[in-house]
Design a protein around this ligand. Structure first.
Ligand SMILES: [Zn+2]
Length: 250
């Protein structure tokens, strides 16, 4: 069937794959035509700048919170400057945020907080949206973003409570859900309850789910589940989630 519709993967890490071209070709076979790839480490920043030049890829630049807690101040600052110099090549600042499941000590947490605050300022100064990782610190991340005056925010792999999800949506923030959606009932409840206009689908590929390496080609499965939960057509989910992702990143 010929269709103008297409799917979008709102968050993955193409640079973690050995052969990103094959991943993109597999995605295209499943009609996944917009793929957002996020940098995490100093090395992945350069790789994502290159990947972002492909027509179906939008790249995001920042350092992952779990990464920043172990970088020296000097290495952090040099990577931050490199991102700043190349800011025009990205569609959003990300992924940044807090991961308090990994940062247990006050020093690690304060490094993450410092990095998050610098990337928020970078996004605001360049009028760019921001992609936020908030594991174990969901409420804190929302509070920091709101206080900083951020309005274009994607809370990625958001698996917090329904209440916090609704709070994020009330701030005008979007939420992307991972393949956890396929089997996890609290995530399914969030998807059923929140407005489709605030929802995106992501794989966080190549993150493994139930022992299998994920890929952007999985997105139609997530869309099918979303259609079932929201009691609407697959086409409607495809159209809206693509539109939401495209408007946010393009
Ligand atoms: Zn990620």
């Amino acid at each position: 069937m010929v269709t103008d519709l297409a799917y979008a993967d709102a968050h993955c890490h193409l640079d973690w794959f050995e052969n990103p071209e094959k991943v993109l070709a597999d995605a295209e076979k499943k009609n996944v035509r917009l793929i957002v790839s996020c940098a995490t480490s100093p090395e992945s920043v350069s790789k994502n700048i290159v990947l972002g030049q492909m027509s179906q890829v939008e790249c995001c630049l920042a350092l992952h919170p779990s990464e920043t807690q172990s970088l020296s101040k000097k290495d952090f600052l040099s990577s931050f400057s490199f991102i700043e110099e190349n800011i025009s090549s990205c569609s959003a600042v990300g992924e940044t945020g807090l991961d308090f499941t990994h940062a247990k000590t006050p020093v690690q947490r304060s490094r993450q907080l410092e990095s998050f605050s610098k990337f928020i300022s970078l996004a605001l100064a360049n009028d760019l949206p921001i992609v936020v990782h908030s594991r174990g610190a969901e409420e804190k991340c929302l509070k920091i973003l709101k206080q900083a005056g951020c309005s274009r925010v994607l809370m990625h792999w958001f698996t917090s409570s329904l209440e916090l999800s609704q709070k994020a949506v009330s701030f005008g923030y979007s939420i992307s859900v991972s393949p956890l959606l396929l089997h996890n009932s609290p995530v399914q409840r969030i998807v059923s309850e929140i407005s489709l206009s605030s929802l995106m689908l992501e794989t966080d590929a190549p993150t493994r789910f139930r022992g299998k390496e994920s890929a952007p080609s999985w997105i139609p499965l997530l869309a099918e589940k979303t259609a079932e939960l929201k009691n609407t057509s697959l086409e409607e989910i495809e159209k809206k989630t693509f539109e939401n992702t495209s408007l946010f990143f393009r």
